[in-house]
Ligand binder design. Structure first.
Ligand code: TTP
Ligand code: MG
Length: 347
């Protein structure tokens, strides 16, 4: 039986909460961020987006583009609070909810027994009533297409993608719209003259695998409307990280530091999108003879920035004495807490 999947994503989430809590900001270009050392735009209202401001842009650049914008600091505890209210509404419809981030989720409504479009309007109405916020809803028969659909008419949109629209509706979209094609793969494809999904559809599965690796199989299927991934409930992991097998067995710590720097960056991004902070950092090492070792350090204040994670990782690495060459290195974080944790005083 065909599944019914909904993807929901709140519009300009942090900025919309700021406007909701301070109605004077309504209709104004509101830019959230700027209270952190990095001075990066976290998100901004759609009014600010008209000036070319977007997430991850340095604040100084946003100020050049939109000098009359209203710049407000982030209030994570508040976004978390509003997010909980919104997810409460999702869970009132079905238990099959997969949270993707603080403002985004998949719902499998196959067995809910209600018309998906009617349900989409119901969700919008409930969210508006309880929180004052708007969101965009994508409806389809798999995850890939549902997520693509929610992005279609943002903000405050509803979009259905049904089987009979595939593949035509996808053809003109740029390749980076395909879940699984990141900026690196996108660039690779562009370099060989593949820009749109229509171009991608011309390629054989083998060829896609030859340029994108195993992910090529998923991409080949997704653009043909095939995506069997199920909704993963309660997936909230207790730890996450990255590891890699080294090009050759080595004891070169300078090389390893470079890898840990890169891993710290990815892990920091994952923590930030999940609104999490970690207290325990672990390095995993596999020796040339395949023996595994782990070394952890638990610190007394939770962290999530790239540099903080790297600093701890570097300190752990410094204390490791290699008796053999190693073939794999990994970095992971665990012992999570939500929101900003007050730094413990050592005094
Ligand atoms: P998004 O859903 O990506 O963005 P958004 O809700 O602000 O806007 P859109 O209408 O396009 O959905 O992210 C949700 C929230 O996550 C966002 O309000 C702020 C936060 N966020 C970051 O902290 N860093 C980021 O780089 C991004 C993209 C979002
Ligand atoms: Mg959003």
């Amino acid at each position: 039986m065909e599944r019914k999947i909904i993807h929901v994503d709140l519009d300009a989430f942090f900025a919309a909460v700021e406007v909701q809590d301070n109605p004077k900001l309504k209709g104004k270009p509101v830019i959230v961020g700027g209270n952190s050392k990095r001075g990066i735009v976290t998100t901004c209202s759609y009014e600010a987006r008209k000036y070319g401001v977007h997430s991850a842009m340095p604040i100084f650049m946003a100020k050049q583009k939109c000098p009359h914008g209203i710049y407000v600091p982030t209030r994570h505890w508040r976004y978390k609070e509003v997010s909980r209210e919104v997810f409460h509404i999702f869970y009132s419809i079905t238990d099959l909810v997969e949270p993707l981030s603080i403002d985004e989720a998949y719902l499998d409504i196959t067995d809910v027994g209600r018309d998906p479009i009617e349900l989409a309007y119901y969700i919008k109405k409930q969210v508006k009533e309880k929180t004052g916020l708007t969101l965009s809803v994508g409806i389809s028969y798999n995850k890939f297409l549902a997520k693509l659909a929610s992005d279609w008419n943002k903000p405050n949109g509803i979009k259905v993608i049904s089987q009979d629209m595939i593949p035509d509706i996808l053809k003109s979209l740029p390749v980076k719209k395909v879940h699984g094609i990141g900026s690196k793969s996108g660039k690779k494809l562009n370099e060989i003259g593949i820009f749109t999904i229509e171009d991608l559809l011309e390629l054989s599965e083998e060829y896609l695998v030859s340029i994108l690796g195993r992910m090529g199989i998923d991409i080949y299927n997704r653009i043909r409307g095939i995506d069997h991934r199920s909704i993963e409930i309660g997936r909230e992991s207790k730890s996450f990280g990255r590891e890699t097998t080294l090009k050759e067995d080595t004891r070169d710590k300078v090389y390893m530091k470079k890898i840990l720097w890169e891993f710290s960056q990815d892990i920091s991004t994952s923590l930030k999108t999940r609104e999490l902070y970690a207290k325990t950092i672990t390095i995993k090492i596999k020796e040339a003879d395949f023996t595994n070792h782990t070394k952890s350090r638990t610190i007394n204040h939770a962290i999530h920035s790239h540099k903080d994670i790297y600093k701890v990782a570097e300190a752990i690495l410094k204390n490791i004495v290699f008796e053999k060459d190693i073939r794999l290195i990994g970095l992971s974080v665990s012992n999570f807490s939500e929101g900003v944790v007050e730094q413990l005083s050592f005094l």
